[in-house]
Structure formats: structure tokens, C-alpha cells
Design a protein around this ligand. Structure first.
Ligand code: CA
Length: 235
């Protein structure tokens, strides 16, 4: 449904592929997005500082520098939501981009619905981060989480999580709607010395799903992003 925002949200697109730029130029404005375009990393960095956009969409393979370098530099001074537009075979680069502070990614070719959903999620997360400490209760379908009181409810009934399970769940809640990489999750829950222990995640994710999912074999809330990480679904 077009025109879901009351004022234009500014988007900076850093992308050298003319076809993608053309697609977004026609697709985004009807939804209330104002698009600025850059075709190189240097131009993207310049526009990011001069325009201070509400959200940045970035391709990782840019002609003058790696997109991950652009992300690293932007994260040096700002928290603007960054969404990566990545090719299917860029698994490692995609993970590196997320670890550097990109908020999420969409894989090319992407549909406009998916892109818009990811953009909304990234913006929501940025708004939530800005109001940190003000609100602490979140609802996702039959799940309710109170981060202030460290309580989790499934269909109104409180479930008891172990400290590790809770830490893992709370991390996914803080990044709700966004993919959290294996490394990010390991770092937040077990600390920086354990970022390579991916098997911890499989064990604890199984336990967590058993407690909060109606059907743990087909999770509705805690979804796996294959080869990348996990995401708490917000819709
Ligand atoms: Ca490219």
C-alpha cells in the first residue's frame, strides 16, 4: 500500500549497477521515500555526510572500493540504518558487512515487498535504539517480552529461560526484525573469546525454540538465516 509515511524518508543508494538504480528510482518514491544516488564508494561517503539520510542501501561490489569499507567508515561516525544489497554468492562478504555494523541485507534479485519490509525493520530498530530505556516490552504475535523485568510470556503464560537462553533471546529481541550473525550472537552472549563456537548456538537455539515456539521444528519466530545467523521475525 503506497504512502504509508506522512513525510518523505530520505534514502541514499550507493550502487554502480544502473539497472538496480533505475528499479529503485521508480519503485521507492510512491512509498514516500526520497532517493539520492551515488555510484561509487567515495561519492557515497560524501553524500552520507552531507545529506545525513534516514537509511542507506549499499552494494558491496563498488568500482572504487569495497562496500564493507564504506560501511566501516560510516559506522565510525554514525548509526544511520544500513541495508546491504548483496549478490547470492557473497555469503562471507555479507557476514563481514553485518559484523561491521550493517543492519541487514537483501539478496539480489529482490522484490520490492521484501526490500520495503527490511527497510521498515531497520528504521524501527534505529528508532528503538534511540529511545533505549524508555520502552522495554515487546510483542511478537503470541510472544511477549519484558526486557526490564527479564520476563518472557508465550500466549500469556510465563516461560522460564536459563540465563544463557534469556541472553540469547534478549539479544534477538533487541535486534528484532534484523539478522544477527553467528559471531554477533556469540559475542553478545558468551563474549569476544567465543565467536567461533557456532555449535553453542545450535544447542541453545534448539532449547529456546522448544520453549517459545508452538512447533519448534517449524519456527515462526526464531528463524534461521542459512550460513549467516538468526532473526526474530517481527511480522
Ligand atoms: Ca556492483
Amino acid at each position: 500500500m503506497p504512502l504509508t509515511t506522512t513525510h518523505d524518508v530520505t534514502v541514499l543508494l550507493i550502487e554502480d549497477e544502473a539497472e538496480i538504480r533505475r528499479f529503485l528510482r521508480t519503485t521507492l518514491p510512491p512509498y514516500g521515500y526520497r532517493l539520492y544516488e551515488a555510484t561509487t564508494g567515495a561519492e557515497g561517503l560524501a553524500q552520507a555526510t552531507s545529506r545525513n539520510p534516514d537509511i542507506i542501501l549499499i552494494d558491496l561490489g563498488l568500482p572504487d572500493m569495497d562496500g564493507t569499507e564504506v560501511i566501516r567508515q560510516i559506522r565510525g561516525w554514525g548509526t544511520i540504518p544500513i541495508l546491504v544489497l548483496s549478490a547470492r554468492d557473497q555469503e562471507q562478504v555479507k557476514v563481514a558487512a553485518l559484523d561491521l555494523g550493517a543492519d541487514d541485507y537483501v539478496t539480489k534479485p529482490f522484490g520490492v515487498d521484501e526490500l520495503l519490509a527490511r527497510m521498515r525493520a531497520a528504521s524501527r530498530h534505529a528508532a528503538r535504539a534511540a529511545s533505549d530505556g524508555v520502552e522495554s516490552t515487546y510483542t511478537f504475535g503470541d510472544l511477549r517480552v519484558d526486557l526490564g523485568r527479564r520476563q518472557v510470556f508465550v500466549s500469556g503464560k510465563e516461560v522460564h529461560l536459563t540465563p544463557i537462553e534469556y541472553k540469547m533471546f534478549a539479544t534477538l529481541v533487541r535486534y528484532a526484525g534484523k539478522v544477527v550473525t553467528h559471531r554477533q550472537l556469540l559475542k553478545e552472549v558468551w563474549g569476544p573469546l567465543h565467536v567461533d563456537e557456532a555449535h553453542y548456538l545450535r544447542v541453545y537455539m534448539r532449547q529456546l525454540r522448544n520453549k517459545v515456539e508452538a512447533n519448534p521444528a517449524q519456527p515462526r519466530h526464531l528463524v534461521t538465516e542459512l550460513g549467516v545467523g538468526y532473526r526474530l521475525r517481527t511480522e
